[in-house]
Ligand binder design. Sequence first.
Ligand SMILES: *[C@@H]1O[C@H](CO)[C@@H](O)[C@H](O)[C@H]1NC(C)=O
Ligand SMILES: *[C@@H]1O[C@H](CO)[C@@H](O)[C@H](O)[C@H]1NC(C)=O
Ligand SMILES: *[C@@H]1O[C@H](CO)[C@@H](O)[C@H](O)[C@H]1NC(C)=O
Length: 521
Amino acid sequence: MNRFFTTLHLLLLSVSAASAFDAPGFVSTIFGSNQVFQHSEPLTIFGWALSPSVSVSVTLTAADGKKSTTTTNSSETAYYGAYYRWDATLPPSPPSFSEYSLTISSETTSQTAEMTNLLFGDVFFCSGQSNMQFSVEGMLGKDDEIAAADDYGGIRMFGVGQPAGQLSGPQQTLPTVALPWTVVNSKTIVTDPGNGDFDQFSAVCYMSGRHIFTDILKSSTPVGLISSNWGGTPVEAWMPEDQLKGQCDGGKARDDKLNLDASSGDDWNPNADHVLYDNMITPFEKLVVKAAIWYQGETNVGYWNYDCFQSLMVESWRKMAGWGDMAFTFVQLAAYDCGGSQALPDFRGVQLKAVDITPNSAMITAADLGDVGSPDGDIHPRNKTEVGRRLSLAIDKLVYNKDLDSAHMGPVVDVDGIRILEDGVSISFRGDTIGGGLHLEEAQVCPNDELCGNAVLSLSGNRGDVVIDDVVVVGNSTIELRKYGVDGSKIVGVSYGWGDFPLLKVFSSYGVPAAPFKAEV
Ligand SMILES: *[C@@H]1O[C@H](CO)[C@@H](O)[C@H](O)[C@H]1NC(C)=O
Ligand SMILES: *[C@@H]1O[C@H](CO)[C@@H](O)[C@H](O)[C@H]1NC(C)=O
Ligand SMILES: *[C@@H]1O[C@H](CO)[C@@H](O)[C@H](O)[C@H]1NC(C)=O
């Protein structure tokens, strides 16, 4: 095991429940100076007063001095025995790099808070397991990215802390904050708050946001990034309890070892059902986000119905007040040595199916981005720059330029477009997924044949399988394999990239590879 999982293991053994919680503040800790709020949407600020039914005033002041104030009353119901929630909603503000400030006060209880250097832009929520947690410091190409970060003060980041114990049920306040809202620069993107491995800001989240900011928004709109993740955790930890009552069962997918009762006993286990949803998602309920970015699944490899879990999770997140119809983008698992069984390729196939059952979603593949030399283990490939770039293309299509073609996801095979030729096989891709046309790339070098086996294209015939990497592009949307040389064998199936460590060769004009696929012919 690599050092990250070892640390996590120790963490599991050593913590006790319900320790190290921050008391609910006068203003929720999801807010703070340097924050980017979602532009053109009502802005809800909330917190807790020390008495019931007291008046709380919230004033937003623009750089030109223009003010907007709203007054609300704290509730009559106590939260944690002594705190009374208040919510105040201000009207929408346009995108802005000029700094706003917020003043929040209760005359009755003399509580006040002040936040400065606030911007309005687009807000993204990043979540998942260790490949999302993986820090900027560990990624390939970090030196250039870190140096360039001094130009990106329009990007602001917030890191959710990993609680040392759980509170039962969906929380309104974050148990702990790792990184309060912080302006991106070359120091802050590699600041280590000191809670363990992969603890600096998420590389995938930052690189997605950086590409959105520079390539799509052309630095015209601020970007806010929220990172809430935990290595080694299954999807069930990120879903609400009521969605785990059998909707996705009916098969042998779930490993009962994971199905721990979150509320029993003192032992805090971040792998338990719904605990991370309750402690690291719901505290953001009223914060408006534009899109979510999800990189998770390694822990769920083997689930034939992961698509069901993931789509229910998205549905539950979208039910939160500020999340509405947010776009949802996710990463198809990268190449790593998963033991060479069919489990990892099959799981990638299930991830691909999830796109079809989740409206307003997109998947990008990382299946070609393997990295056997990664010091954090091959399960943690370091090319997060490219993962972020591909995610930003998906977000461009879902959020900013809906009429773009779908080539952002990489070419998608047309299953009715696979034909057996006299001396080969011809495979067509959907015309809306190729951009300006398909091309081939020598994506990677295979680290060893056992890992790559059926990596490129394999034809199954009644006399066994043949593996072929001799592919040509014909026209804009078709690839052909010629002289496959299966003597007298009748070809019954085609699979592309169907291995732990696929070598993907077929790319759209955006430089995004076709995700692995398998089809009968
Ligand atoms: C707050 O409470 C006061 C006194 O009970 C009441 O007059 C006022 O209408 C309330 N304001 C809001 C915004 O509910
Ligand atoms: C990451 O992957 C992309 C696509 O394969 C490649 O062009 C790029 O050079 C890689 N980045 C690094 C730093 O290796
Ligand atoms: C390929 O696509 C380009 C640009 O869309 C188009 O002009 C060209 O005619 C296409 N070629 C073929 C062979 O379909």
